[in-house]
Design a protein around this ligand. Structure first.
Ligand code: WQD
Length: 351
């Protein structure tokens, strides 16, 4: 099965390429290196032993994207990762986010319909839930007004996909498209080989890259954003999922979308998390245990826009996709630290 992966050299995209090849699927990567590096392609070849087709295309270029479908011929599935994803940047520059995240999705759905591609897996986010009223949060929980333009683009993209799938199934000339919306929780970790991981662009917004860069001496100190929340140790709780588990979920989701003929016109959301919540301080202490280092951190003020706690109900993914996370935060932090140490030797220009 030939699968187009937009953003396939990004953090989650590159790990998903490895899972696809492992499962005998045939990934075709589309990426413009906006948030990655050509180095990742070389590393993927080393890890997988294959050289996936690659197109240096920006998904905002509708014509170039359509050309990929034309050139590749029988693309049967698409996994759409390509999007801007920095919450803070989206507040400062909302139009950049709406133009890119919504525009690239529309540019993708159009050729998918024309080329009768049957399956779409979309990279969504738990940010659509805001602060859930009850935990663990299920897929039926209310999708609340997003706290950032980034979060809003994820919500609007889910709606665009839902409407497109619904209209497509009414069109007798079209073969139906099935879509799976994967609502990620907090991706962490890296490939155990230490050859690929999250390429930090500037100052990391996310917790784990900030921890590993502080441990590596790149950042002088980690600030824990608030320890006066209504949680056991006062710091925020999140559901941290290993990127390898997240990658495997995409393969399961693709098979689910492709193999269920009676679900033509399906559009289903799934939580992709571990089902366990961990606080910021638990991650700091666990990192110190797995690295043997003492981390320089400061208990600082809350970060605006943060929710207090969220972790996933993962029953639906387990029952319908046959997927469950296999790894814990110790493994995620160990792999993230291993990647950080390798980054220095790789001397990547993005680091
Ligand atoms: C986690 C916790 C911070 C940095 C966002 C998006 C989500 C996804 C992941 C893209 C929070 C605390 C962080 C630091 C800290 N994005 N923290 N010091 O905000 O839960 O989720 O990124 O896929 O869609 O919403 O992740 O890693 O930024 O923060 O104390 O230097 O760590 O306050 O409680 P977040 P995060």
């Amino acid at each position: 099965m030939k699968v187009l992966i937009t953003g396939g050299t990004g953090f989650i995209g590159s790990h998903t390429v490895i899972s696809l090849v492992k499962e005998g699927l045939n990934p075709v990567i589309v990426d413009n290196f906006d948030n990655s590096s050509p180095y990742i392609l070389e590393a993927l070849e080393k890890i997988t032993g294959t050289k996936p087709s690659f197109y240096n295309v920006d998904c905002n270029d509708a014509q170039a994207l359509d050309q990929v479908f034309m050139q590749e011929g029988n693309i049967q599935g698409v996994i759409h990762f390509a999007a801007h994803k920095a919450v803070g940047e989206s507040v400062a520059n909302p139009l950049k986010y709406y133009r890119n995240n919504l525009g690239s999705l529309i540019n993708l759905l159009d050729p998918m319909l024309r080329h009768k591609v049957s399956s779409l897996v979309f990279s969504s986010s738990c940010t659509v839930y805001g602060q859930p009223a009850t935990l663990p949060v299920t897929e039926t929980a209310a999708v609340v007004p997003a706290a950032s333009p980034y979060g809003n683009t994820k919500q609007v993209c889910e709606e665009i996909i839902k409407d497109t799938v619904a209209s497509n199934v009414l069109n007798p000339e079209q073969s139906a498209m099935n879509a799976v919306l994967l609502r990620y929780f907090n991706p962490i970790g890296a490939h155990p080989s230490g050859q690929i991981g999250e390429l930090p662009l500037g100052v990391p917004g996310n917790l784990v890259p900030f921890i590993t860069q502080t441990a590596a001496g790149i950042r002088p100190q980690l600030t824990v954003f608030g320890n006066d929340y209504n949680t056991p140790d006062g710091t925020c709780i999140r559901d941290y999922i290993h990127v390898l588990d997240l990658a495997d979920a995409h393969v399961k989701a693709l098979r689910f979308a492709a193999n269920v003929a009676d679900k033509k016109g399906l559009c289903e959301a799934f939580n992709i998390g571990t089902g366990k919540g961990h606080s910021v301080m638990e991650l700091v202490k666990t990192f110190e245990q797995v690295s043997g280092l003492s981390l320089n951190y400061l208990l600082g003020e809350r970060r605006s826009g943060d929710i207090e706690q969220i972790y996933a109900s993962v029953d639906k993914a387990q029952q319908q996709l046959g997927w469950v996370a296999q790894r814990d935060i110790e493994e995620g932090l160990r792999d993230a630290w291993n990647w950080q140490k390798n980054l220095e030797s790789l001397a990547l220009d993005k680091a």
